[in-house]
Design a protein around this ligand. Sequence first.
Ligand code: GDP
Ligand code: MG
Length: 290
Amino acid sequence: MNIQWFPGHMTKTLRQMKEDIKCVDCIVYILDSRAVAASFNPEFLSFVKDKPVLYILNKADMVEREDIDAWKTRLENEGKSVVISQGNSKKDVAEIIEKLKILNKSKIEKFKNKGVNATVRGMVIGIPNSGKSTVINSLCGGKKTKTGNKAGVTRGRQWVRISENLDLMDTPGTLSPRFENKTLACHTALIGSINDVILDSEELAFELVAFLSERYLQKFCQYYKITKEQIFEHGQTPADLIKIACINRNCLKKGGECDYERISKALIDDFRNCRIGKLMLEKADDVFDS
Ligand SMILES: Nc1nc2c(ncn2[C@@H]2O[C@H](COP(=O)(O)OP(=O)(O)O)[C@@H](O)[C@H]2O)c(=O)[nH]1
Ligand SMILES: [Mg+2]
């Protein structure tokens, strides 16, 4: 499916980030564990340059542990500093702070030699809905930034004091102006990083079921109570599976016809809320052409 969403405010945000980066020591890059490859915005490369980056594999509770461990290993093998995190819990806070200290060791030590405590300043970046504001709230132990399960909740940038020695800047999520890879664009939409208003939910649900039928057929059939007999009767193409889910969910119009619009929205919602199970759209050994 063809998706383009790059509203004017993202151009403005990226420009602002390019300016702001000059006054920060490091970057905290929030990635969505369900779609790690799609979470990398090539636009960021143009300004992150030589600043140290801490990569946070967030929403780890939504995928299987071994799958996200494999991503951590892959990124660490590339020389990156990585933390696996569940942003809406406090359990990873200590590890994030510790890794940030290590990344900023030279600044901290330089100030220490002068007898002063350094304040490390970091910029939190990531595509919309990856959990930037939520991670910041966990780190500061309060609700200083606004969060929500859709794209575009954070409007402007905001400095948040995490501790005496650490300030983090929350930023609005941005995407790439052009999606080069259609699969990754589709994943970005599935994880809720694109405004739903511009999406065709029937097309998106079709892509989702096509993916699930290949990788997670058992979980899919289990959740929608699809039996072997039903598959034998209707077939098991993505279209057949959507039809069966429609029947089993009683998503029917008055005359008994399938209500594809309603089932499509339900399928996407079930995926986003982890009801079908812990599903990862991109595994660490998947290869995506750009
Ligand atoms: N299950 C789960 N939900 C999370 C996690 N982190 C954030 N969220 C949810 O994801 C949604 C987007 O979070 P938000 O911080 O607003 O994302 P932002 O757009 O990157 O600032 C919110 O509904 C959060 O509650 C996490 O680690 N696990
Ligand atoms: Mg936000």
